[in-house]
Design a protein around this ligand. Structure first.
Ligand code: GLY
Length: 412
């Protein structure tokens, strides 16, 4: 008999106590079923886009087919589709799925021969080649990641102590003379990886200095972040915190906070420095406290003016779910570990509902993400990075059920 049937007729307080304390609550998420769903959607997408040599980026609210983008350095999301294919292969173990992942990953190689364009090189190369190398150990992939890490590091400014996120914006009044965006935190992972896999050891120091500087300036007192921090290049001082994709400079953009949670969790994993664990908790606790009561997918900006009539951002929920599974595994506080694991599970349960899964309507995994609300682009859309972090989170969840490290492999 299902747990929910057993609970019918009990007073609500007893039901809540039971569901909070009982392990079976997490069984509401069937990771194998949801990963099989992802595999079905992957194959629908492959049939739709194969032979075009382009990457699926989004499916807008009123459309049922992917908008494809060419593989070019200016397109920050091109690494996510190959990354999705690697996670799918990790779960199916079918050689044809590895072939598809290899094909789309290899399309990115021209990008790795260019000078640094911006910080997104981390998303582009580590989500694709990084997962590919983890799973198949191709030495060529390793060299490509090492080269990309060196290229990304050329954007580091010693005076400021961070990576310049958007070199193209240094002459633009708002983002001049030097900008760092919160998303950049996630791209430090490629530097840490390179430093311990044969690359220059200074990449570790660059990544850690970036994380420290960002921790010092890029956040408000309550742990909420500005999307963009602007710094001076003469003496490196912090000039101002502003937004680019949030509602306003003073508001809490949901995906920006998601990148912070994911980034500081990863930096703690790599450094084992407790100050980063405590900070990951702080940015997480704010995010969780701001979620609508009993709901796990945020509005696109926690302070958007028309809540509850604002679009949700499934991508933020997917990024946070994936991060919190790892944070729960790294925690030194067992109570917090439990809270974070349960929150991540609840996020995945909500994302796996008929409200958020595309199912028969579209070949993406998820509906209802917001890309860039101020530009009115990708509002209430399926977006490739929402799908990427969703399949990553489901895969991590399955590894946790098997008592494996979320960042390892099933075969480890
Ligand atoms: N700037 C990357 C993002 O939309 O999160």
């Amino acid at each position: 008999m299902k747990l929910s049937n057993l609970l019918i007729g009990l007073p609500l307080s007893v039901v809540l106590l039971f569901s909070c304390n009982n392990k079976e609550n997490t069984n509401l998420l069937d990771a194998d079923k949801e990963l099989a769903y992802c595999n079905t959607q992957v194959h629908k997408t492959l049939s739709e886009i194969d032979g075009k040599g382009m990457m699926p980026r989004n499916i807008l609210a009123n459309r049922t087919t992917w908008n494809l983008v060419p593989v070019k350095i200016e397109e920050w999301t091109v690494g996510f589709w190959p990354g999705i294919l690697w996670y799918n292969y990790e779960n199916t173990r079918k050689s044809t799925d590895a072939d598809a992942a290899t094909y789309y990953t290899d399309l990115l190689e021209p990008l790795t021969k260019l000078p640094a364009y911006d910080h997104d090189l981390g998303f582009q190369i580590f989500c694709s080649y990084g997962n590919g190398y983890r799973l198949i150990g191709n030495e060529k992939y390793k060299q490509i990641i090492l080269n990309a890490a060196d290229t990304l590091a050329t954007l580091f400014n010693l005076k400021v102590g961070t990576i310049l996120s958007w070199p193209r914006e240094v002459d633009n009044g708002r983002f001049a003379p030097f900008n760092t965006i919160m998303d950049n935190m996630v791209n430090l992972e490629m530097l840490y990886w390179a430093a311990k896999n044969g690359g220059d050891k200074r990449l570790y120091d660059i990544a850690t200095k970036h994380a420290e500087t960002t921790m010092k300036h890029h956040f408000r007192e309550d742990g909420g972040n500005y999307h963009v921090a602007v710094y001076d290049t003469i003496d490196g001082h912090f000039i101002k915190g502003i937004t680019h994709q949030g509602y306003a400079d003073s508001t809490l953009w949901a995906r920006g906070q998601a990148w912070a949670i994911y980034g500081y969790t990863m930096v703690y994993r790599e450094t084992q420095d407790k100050k980063f664990l405590r900070f990951a908790e702080k940015v997480t606790d704010l995010y969780l406290s701001r979620l609508p009561k009993g709901e796990y997918v945020p509005f696109w900006d926690f302070d958007a003016p028309n809540i509850p009539n604002e679009p949700r951002d499934a991508s933020a929920a997917a990024i946070v779910a994936s991060a919190l599974l790892e944070l729960s595994q790294l925690e030194d506080n067992q109570q917090k570990a439990k809270v974070y694991k349960q929150a991540a599970t609840n996020m995945l349960i909500e994302l796996s509902s008929d409200k958020y899964q595309s199912r028969e309507s579209k070949p993406s995994f998820l509906l209802h993400s917001v890309g860039h609300w101020p530009n009115k682009s990708e509002v209430n859309a399926s977006i490739n990075y929402a799908d990427y972090y969703y399949i990553e989170a489901l895969t991590r969840y399955k590894k946790m059920q098997m008592e494996l490290k979320v960042t390892g492999n099933f075969l480890d």
